[in-house]
Write a protein that binds this ligand. Sequence first.
Ligand code: PLP
Length: 387
Amino acid sequence: MIYLDANATTPPDPAAVEAMLPFLGARFGNPSAAHAPGRQARRALEQARANVAALLCAEPDEIVFTSGGTESINAIHLGARAEWPDRPVLVTGAAEHAAGLECASRWRLQGGEVRTVAVDRQGVLQVESLREALEPGRTALVSLLWANNETGTIAPMRELVEIAHAAGAAVHADAVQATGKMALDVRAVPVDYLSLSGHKMHAPQGIGALFIRRRAAFQPLLLGGGQENDRRSGTENLPGAVALGRAAELALAALPTAAAEMARLRDRLETGLLASIPDAVVHGLGAPRLPNTSSIAFPGSDAAGLLILLDQKELCCSGGSACHSAALHPSHVLDAMGFDAAHAACTLRFSLSRRTTEAEVDAAVTLILSAVNQLRTLQAGPSVLTA
Ligand code: PLP
């Protein structure tokens, strides 16, 4: 199998799995308990927190463990609406992940107003569009993807944050795809909140984190026993947190070597495909992009058909952003970038991880070219017969 779907989920790093295993057995203590096993669990949890903080250049007390990216994103949106009822405006991107989009719908249902920041043809969030959307005094939250999950396009976050703060709005960055693939520094780029997810960075599924800047307003989503310093009640997923901490440590140690190697392999993939399919379109090619993500349209080759052929050949990739199902629907991201539905229907997303090898990329190029040829021959079939 060749796995090029790391933006959907990554294989857990064996070292992260090894780190979590004792906490599924002998070290089962509850971090809130005062006795020895509890204290031992607390120490492991705090070490994991410090490791996650280090990856973001944050302080450990600014990190809250959650169940994943979706929960972190929901906590910020729902919390901001409750915290600032007199500031009804939410500003968000045109190409957000479903979690952000659905939270924006909820914001509207709760009587709020949602304004959208446009992206350009490369998928880059437009600074001027943010300026126009902001309404000082009425805007509670600006919530934007740091890096897009479909195209890998990176937002000019430092500039966006500066503009949002000047208008008095708090800023949330969905860094679920960015974390571990590019350097993130919340002191240099002072977002107020940041969401990340373990399973996108070689930790297991079901664990994530939320960065909450010291003194930033926050209303918890989950109420109860007051864990995580009253910011996220519920007994922590200690094995998951420990694995995430180890994964964060590994990601930090691997950057920037891993990023450079992923970019080299991503470029090799794109060059190999474009050499034989010159009409293929690489989305966001001229923009700052994550090193691992390649969204490519193969005009005339239906993505649903390509996915079936590639799956048969044990090459895993995805069409559009469907990380939750095999369902193909027109990509709102490509739509926001100005591409039509027919173009979007011919688009596949390949996403590498630091475990992807050159041999896998070369084999993938061969498989993709053969699938595109097969589909083009099939689609040409009827016209050949009727000619
Ligand atoms: N945000 C982005 C950009 C994502 O790509 C994803 C998952 O695909 C999420 C949020 C949701 O994260 P999780 O699967 O941890 O809930």
